[in-house]
Design a protein around this ligand. Structure first.
Ligand code: PLP
Length: 389
């Protein structure tokens, strides 16, 4: 079943990577909770593909196969977290003294690991507005070894034209990595648009139930996959079998969840547009979205993430977040529970204010991750909190 391109996405989502357990017929891939694998003889070392669970585990392999069936490409790797996926990808593809070009709006942890950890080993970074591919062209230096974009970006939802940036990247023989966390391969498939690697925090839509943290990458080429796998094995940043098991179940309903969550997000966004205490609403499904044409061209859906600015600035924003009863004030996104986040004090707290403001991550930005609850209830909760300001 796995990797069958002729099957529809929803069929692959449920079936790919998973085979009945050969011993019992169990329909779910078991949690292979083991450190090691007994080898039949020295000559038959690795005959069954596994030696030690830092290097590989059958439950994790099933998830990797499933993700490859959804993203395309030569193969996937799963990691302990999304940040482990990001760090191992950068470390696998660049070395000391190399230069990386990143989107000026990226998840705060990506900014942190490049500017506060990898810089200690001589990594040079340029954060540029990748919504204009010319900015990338201009930022390329002789030692540029990686282009890392995030689209839609966390939290501003700024988009990068994946095909256009991949063209620039190819012309300079620099790999292009796309953090595809916000839209899932159901709505956006970067490898089909020319990117070299696509990356996820599986913590978000893939697992989708606030159970586990995890990450994945899918590479178009075996060579990139092997370079990154080597680093994962050296650092021990791999996903545990238990997390792979949860994620295997979560992915089966990913497209169904994101469709319903996106429909809720559109209703919430339309409501917010009408409220007098809301100054600005940003959602790729709204006609007012500044990059609407690109949003519709490169993705088949708009996702469940949106943000707005409350009239009255930071103080009103804080008051609103404290007044919400159904929306939970929490850092995650993409789960079935609706969450509200104040990016400046939470997900992007380490980013210098000047840089943050320049990237559009304003003090009053309230980020919403719309879940699966009834849209009417979600809107009623926002209404009571906004009316009370
Ligand atoms: C877009 C994006 N990429 C990567 C990450 C990092 O993932 P994790 O928290 O699983 O390490 C996050 C986390 O919020 C994210 O939003």
């Amino acid at each position: 079943m796995s990797g069958n391109d002729k099957q529809h996405f929803k069929t692959r989502e449920v079936r790919a990577g998973v085979r009945p357990d050969p011993v019992t017929g169990a329909i779910l891939t078991p949690i292979y909770q083991t450190t090691t694998y007994i080898q039949e003889s020295v000559d038959k070392y690795l005959e069954k593909g596994y030696s030690y669970s830092r290097s590989g585990n059958p439950t994790v392999s099933a998830l990797e196969e499933k993700i490859t069936a959804l993203e395309g490409g030569a193969g996937s790797l799963c990691f302990a977290t999304g940040m482990a996926a990001t760090s191992c990808t950068i470390m696998g593809l660049v070395g000391s003294g190399d230069h990386v070009i990143l989107s000026d709006v990226v998840y705060g942890g990506t900014h942190r690991v490049t500017t506060k950890v990898l810089n200690r080993w001589g990594l040079e970074c340029s954060f540029v507005d990748t919504s204009n591919p010319q900015n990338i062209e201009q930022a390329i230096r002789d030692n540029s070894k990686l282009i890392f974009t995030e689209t839609p970006a966390n939290p501003t939802l700024k988009l990068t034209d994946i095909a256009a940036v991949s063209e620039v990247a190819k012309a300079h023989a620099i790999p292009h990595v796309v953090d595809n966390t916000f839209l899932t391969p159901y709505y956006q498939r970067p490898l089909e648009l020319g990117a070299d690697i696509t990356l996820h925090s599986t913590t978000k839509f893939m697992e989708g139930h606030n159970i586990s943290v995890g990450g994945s990458i899918t590479a178009a080429s075996k060579e990139h996959l092997e370079q990154i796998m080597f680093v994962r094995n050296c650092l021990g940043s791999n996903m545990t079998p238990m997390v792979a098991f949860y994620t295997l179940q979560g992915v089966k309903t990913m497209s169904t969840r994101i469709e319903a969550q996106s429909a809720n997000a559109l209703k919430v966004a339309r409501f917010l547009e009408t409220h007098p205490n809301v100054d600005k609403v940003c959602y790729p499904g709204l006609e007012s979205f500044p990059q609407k044409e690109l949003a519709d061209r490169q993705a088949s859906g708009h996702g469940s993430m949106l943000w707005f600015e409350v009239h009255g600035g930071v103080e009103s924003g804080k008051k609103l977040m404290d007044a919400l009863q159904l929306w939970s004030l929490a850092e995650n996104l993409g789960s079935v529970e609706s969450l509200v986040t104040h990016s400046v004090t939470m997900t992007h707290a380490d980013m210098p204010r000047e840089e943050r403001m320049a990237a559009g991550i304003t003090d009053g930005l309230v980020r919403l991750s719309t879940g699966l609850e009834s849209a009417e209830d979600l809107i009623a909760d926002l209404k009571q909190a906004l009316d009370g300001l």
